[in-house]
Design a protein around this ligand. Structure first.
Ligand SMILES: *Cc1c(COP(=O)(O)O)cnc(C)c1O
Length: 396
């Protein structure tokens, strides 16, 4: 196989070709290496491998050719130097915290992050003497004011779930670097097709491959992308010891997911944009939250920072929880589930599911009203999605 430097190619091509090392069998598709261990030619060869003097496979907790192909491919796509795969998105976030933090350290985190990310920082790192300050996502002054001398990193998701709010990644990276800390971006909602945080100044990107990277709702996985120093010094030793490894089988599923990611993301985002515009003028709808709309407060930032506007649309109905639940229960095709990033469209009521454990005042402060409905727009016909919603929205 020709040794091609894929870094000069576009992200669509990298997603299909990068990282593969063909074996002597000449296979076209990436094979699944279901082996836990590897053999060495001699005692000396084994010793050189274990001390790292000879690069190569040792044990599939931390070295596996299928997983390695996935890692190399995603690293290039995210414009990072190196990627390590994990068993889930949460395992990837846990790895960042476990490897970079120690007792007495401090983290500043967006208030609008995935529920389990909030709990990881609050309950688990908190238990070991790491304090986390949660700040309003879009408020750059609040981020800067929350940073302390012992702050190790800022952690952010943009756009946020379910309100689709953004933060200026470049501005936040500048603030972090001025104060001597790192910026970590959870890029699950966008994927490298839609947004490349490292190119905007972020230091670490984390992923849940479970969402758009798989794209068909089959497997759970995650990844951390950063420069060589951060990976080699912090993340890799943690993976090798901590063991929250991605299986070769799941890496193979995610590799085939990456191959179609660019076309899927474009189609997801086009449909979401069309749906947002359609909902915005429907008389039963009070307000639509989607960065592609001119009515979105950060529309200009979204145009600058993202290649597409995302595939999640949230909207408030006229009325309250009753109207929201009625709409959800009237659908016939949409899946009632909080999952996202699937070819199947999903519909959810954030206030009573994903954000149901929050105190009602905190939930309202975050803008998550009882009348809010969130749709992760899939790849079914947009006309069928609209028809399904019309059952509960009613015709104009
Ligand atoms: C799902 C999700 C995660 C966690 O990923 P898992 O693979 O489910 O562990 C983290 N961040 C965001 C934004 C997510 O949507």
């Amino acid at each position: 196989m020709k040794d091609i430097d894929w870094s000069d190619y576009s992200v669509e091509t990298q997603a299909i070709r990068a990282g593969q090392q063909r074996t002597h069998e000449g296979e076209h598709s990436v094979p699944i290496f279901m082996t836990s261990s590897y053999v060495f030619d001699s005692a000396q060869a084994a010793s050189l491998r274990f001390t790292g003097q000879d690069p190569g496979n040792i044990y599939s907790r931390f070295t596996n050719p299928t997983v390695d192909t996935f890692q190399q491919r995603l690293a290039l796509m995210e414009k990072g130097e190196r990627c390590l795969a994990f068993a889930s998105g949460m395992a990837a976030i846990m790895a960042v915290g476990m490897s970079l933090l120690k007792s007495g350290d401090h983290v500043v985190c967006s208030r609008s992050v995935f529920g389990n990310t909030f709990l990881t920082f609050q309950n688990y790192f908190g238990k070991f003497g790491v304090e986390t300050r949660f700040v309003e996502l879009a408020n750059l002054e609040a981020w800067e004011a929350a940073i302390q001398p012992n702050t190790q990193f800022l952690f952010v998701e943009t756009p946020s779930n379910p309100m689709m709010e953004l933060v200026d990644i470049r501005a936040l990276a500048d603030i972090a670097h001025k104060k001597g800390c790192l910026l970590v971006v959870d890029n699950v909602f966008c994927t490298p097709i839609t947004q490349q945080p490292i190119a905007l100044g972020a230091d670490i990107v984390v992923h849940s491959a479970t969402k758009y990277i798989d794209g068909q709702g089959r497997a759970v996985g995650g990844a951390v992308i950063a420069n060589e120093e951060i990976i080699e010094k912090y993340i890799y030793p943690y993976l090798r010891t901590g063991g929250a490894t991605m299986s070769a089988f799941n890496a193979w599923i995610f590799l085939s997911g990456l191959e179609t990611l660019a076309v899927r993301m474009k189609a997801h985002c086009d449909s979401a944009f069309a749906l947002a515009k359609w909902l915005e003028v429907h008389p039963a709808v009070e307000k639509v939250h989607y960065p592609g709309l001119k009515s979105h407060a950060q529309h200009e930032l979204a145009k600058r920072q993202q290649n597409h506007f995302g595939a999640v649309v949230s909207f408030e109905l006229k009325g309250g929880k009753e109207q929201a639940w009625k709409l959800i229960d009237s659908t016939q095709m949409l899946s009632i589930t909080a999952n996202l990033g699937d070819v199947k469209s999903t519909i959810t009521h954030p206030a009573s599911t994903t954000h149901g454990r929050m105190a009602p005042e905190a939930r309202l402060a975050a803008g998550i009203k009882d009348s809010l409905v969130r749709i992760s727009v899939g790849l079914e016909s947009i006309e069928d999605i609209k028809q399904d919603l019309l059952r509960g929205l009613g015709d104009a």
